[in-house]
Design a protein. Structure first.
Length: 280
């Protein structure tokens, strides 16, 4: 049974409850992080905690727990639940407020929850060998996806459209046909030896796997490039892949039904995946 840390207490997940007046529930007023666990190791947790701290600061939520304390809690839950493969989920909301009001008061106590989710990340090792199909979908999210907000309705709509099409992910594009990112991933294209992805702006999340991969790209004699690119270039790339905390590096072999790289996982995408896993 999964363990949940909730506001200072460790509880079985099934008994971890918060008030219906929680602003996260009523306004999506909160931040979250997902940390991959692979062979018992918490992946890139320092990067995730740094991003968590930034997102909380952006929406002016202050917590008493330090990053070091959150790390200790996450490690304790991983060990207690004997989680070898899966994720650690962290969510922090502004707290409970009654009566309900868009305007928040300054004396609220944030609700902090951290718990484990079993997910067999090893299955992605085999999946990566054949690659995954995806769709494209309009980017209808709010204008600050660089903040890892729990407001995810647009992402939910996108990925469920992908699921209906028997696809793995939705690649998002803006009103100018520019690719931004995936519904839960960073999107990369390969042209020759160039590994290209969207620049870090307020339009995308600063992916932790994305960050870690940059040095791996350079170490392997490849060129890292940040560039805004359109759907047309996406379809005409040598290879396409996605990165995130649970997929690591996942080759994309079909977009909107059109084959990429002859419908096979590309050699550079697979190289980068193997090198990333080695670096865990």
């Amino acid at each position: 049974m999964a363990t949940c840390y909730l506001n200072g207490k460790y509880l079985p997940l099934s008994k971890a409850n918060i008030s219906i007046t929680d602003r996260g529930l009523q306004f999506s007023d909160g931040i979250y992080e997902i940390i991959g666990v692979y062979e018992g190791k918490l992946i890139d947790i320092d990067l995730h905690l740094k991003r968590l701290k930034r997102s909380l600061k952006e929406i002016k939520i202050q917590i008493k727990l330090s990053s070091e304390e959150i790390l200790k809690i996450s490690n304790k839950i991983q060990k207690k639940d004997k989680l070898e493969n899966g994720i650690i989920y962290i969510q922090i909301t502004r707290g409970n407020q009654n009566p309900r009001d868009h305007k928040y008061t300054n004396n609220l106590k944030p609700n902090i929850m951290i718990y484990s989710i079993y997910k067999n990340l090893k299955l992605n090792d085999q999946l990566s060998l054949k690659g995954v199909p995806v769709i494209t979908y309009p980017d209808i999210r709010w204008l600050r996806p660089d903040i890892k907000s729990i407001s995810l309705l647009a992402n939910v709509m996108a990925v469920n459209k992908a699921k209906d099409m028997k696809c793995h992910e939705a690649i998002l594009f803006d009103s100018n046909d520019n690719i931004t990112e995936g519904n839960s991933s960073s999107i990369w294209i390969i042209k020759g030896k160039k590994c290209i992805t969207h620049p870090l702006t307020e339009k995308i999340l600063n992916g932790c796997t994305r960050y870690k991969l940059i040095s791996i790209i350079k170490k392997n004699g490849l060129v890292f490039e940040e560039k805004i690119f359109k759907k047309k270039l996406l379809f005409n790339s040598d290879e396409v892949f996605m990165t995130n905390a649970s997929n690591f590096v996942m080759p994309i072999v079909k977009i909107d039904g059109k084959k990429i790289a002859q419908g096979k996982s590309g050699p550079i995408s697979l190289l980068l995946r193997n090198e990333y896993i080695k670096a865990i």
